[in-house]
Each structure stands twice: as C-alpha cells, then as structure tokens.
Design a protein around this ligand. Structure first.
Ligand SMILES: *Cc1c(COP(=O)(O)O)cnc(C)c1O
Length: 244
C-alpha cells in the first residue's frame, strides 16, 4: 500500500529534520565553546544502511557532505544520490582491489592507512585523470582490531605518500576506542589534535592539514571541543541503523 509507505516516509522525514536541526545547533555551540564558528566545522553524515530518498531529504535540508563506508553499498546507491549540492566521501576500510571502483566518484577517501593503498589510489587517479583528496586514518588507540596507522609511524607514511603524484593529503581521521567515560575518549581526541597541530607546523610538500575528522553520534561535541573540524554523524541523524 503506497499510502502507508508515504506515511512512514513522513515520519522519517520529520525525525530527520528535527535531528538535523538539533545536531547543527549542537555543532554551533561546541564550535563556539572552542572559539570557532559553525562554518568552521564540516558536518558529514554517515549514510550506511540509509535509503537514498532519506539521504536526499537530508540534503534538501542543507546537508553538504555524505560518507559511505562500503564500496558495494556506495555503488548500489550511487545513481540515486542527489549530488548536485552535496559531496560524497568514502569513510570506511578500503581494500586495494576495490579502489578502482570509487575513484572519480568520491571527493575524498578518509581512511588511508598504508602506502600500498595510497599508491593504488594514485595509480587509479592517474588513469581517471584526476587527483584524489585523502585523509590519513590514525589508529590512535593502538587497537589491534582496528585499521589506521600507528601514531609513531604517521610521519614516515606522510613522507612516502607526499611523493605520490595524484594524491593530496588533506588531514587526519580517527575512530578512538570505545570508552566507558567521555573523559577517556577525550584523551584520544586530544592526542589526535596534538598530532594534527604537530604535522601542521611542519610544512610538508603535498600535505595540508585542512581536516581533522573525528567525533560520531555520541561524542561529536567533545570532539569539536578537542579540535575536530569535521564530524561524521550517522545514527543521531537517521536513527538507529537497521541492517537488512
Ligand atoms: C558509521 C560511521 C560513523 C557514524 O557512526 P554513528 O555512531 O552512527 O554516528 C562515523 N564514521 C565511520 C567511519 C562510520 O562507519
């Protein structure tokens, strides 16, 4: 019954609109608390499991950045995103053999943590006659199960990646460990901010520290206060994820 469907869509839109307004308000307040303005903070919506009509509704509200974390899902939804006023980024773990499928389709890859992956991004970008922006993902909690380069290897990796032709490093990204207390999470945010400032102060070729991407639904305000200028928010905007 199509009527029932549209009723559900109305409900979803209502919730997304309210969430969007609350989030942008909270981002603005956190920015203010850290001496910045809301325009200084990039709000990227993590859109995994979210249907394109719902994503496009959020875009109609003013959302300007979306990110997917799986190549297959990104490709299956790609033709349906309304990207005329919004950019699409890749934020998940990326396998080298899938790079080819997203180059030219995404404006930035946030999750680069090895030279091998960066080399493939550069190679495929050359084939596509483009340059790809990337962030380096740092495994700030030194968790074995997580992707990201260890902090102590970051500079070496940056040095190597800076030599690649078709890549522009635009900053750093991190997903800190899940902590019981916000104060613990903040320690990792602070460590990331230190790294970010440290790298910024060294002028390295091909590398600009424009983005510090950290903070998700539960902790984006803390991340901003610790210095993040890009937050990646999923469930707080779209509701709890339903995996089908
Ligand atoms: C899903 C996801 C997010 C957002 O997670 P929420 O807790 O739903 O806000 C952020 N970053 C990455 C890489 C993700 O995959």
């Amino acid at each position: 019954m199509p009527e029932k469907l549209s009723e559900e869509m109305y409900r979803i839109q209502d919730a997304v609109r309210r969430n969007y307004e609350e989030i942008t308000e909270q981002i603005a307040r956190a920015a203010e608390r850290s001496g910045r303005r809301s325009e200084d903070i990039t709000f990227l919506a993590a859109t995994k499991t979210v249907a394109p009509p719902v994503i496009n509704y959020a875009i109609s509200l003013g959302l300007r950045h979306i990110g997917e974390n799986k190549v297959q899902e990104l490709l299956s939804k790609y033709d349906e995103y309304n990207l005329s006023a919004c950019d699409l980024q890749f934020i998940g773990h990326l396998q080298t053999n899938k790079v080819r499928q997203i180059i030219g389709r995404v404006s930035m890859i946030q999750s680069v943590d090895s030279l091998r992956l960066a080399q493939e991004i550069s190679r495929q970008s050359a084939k596509n006659d483009c340059t790809t922006d990337i962030l380096i993902e740092v495994n700030i909690g030194e968790e074995e199960s997580k992707s990201g380069v260890p902090a102590e290897q970051l500079e070496e990796l940056l040095g190597q990646i800076s030599l690649l032709e078709r890549i522009k490093v635009r900053g750093l990204m991190a997903i800190p460990p899940i902590c019981d207390k916000k104060a613990e999470t903040c320690k990792f945010f602070n460590r990331m901010h230190h790294l970010f400032i440290d790298i910024s102060s060294k002028t390295l070729d091909n590398i600009s520290m424009d983005f510090l991407s950290m903070g998700m639904s539960d902790d984006f305000a803390e991340a901003i206060e610790a210095g993040a200028n890009m937050v990646r928010i999923g469930s707080r905007l779209f509701g709890a994820r339903v995996y089908r």
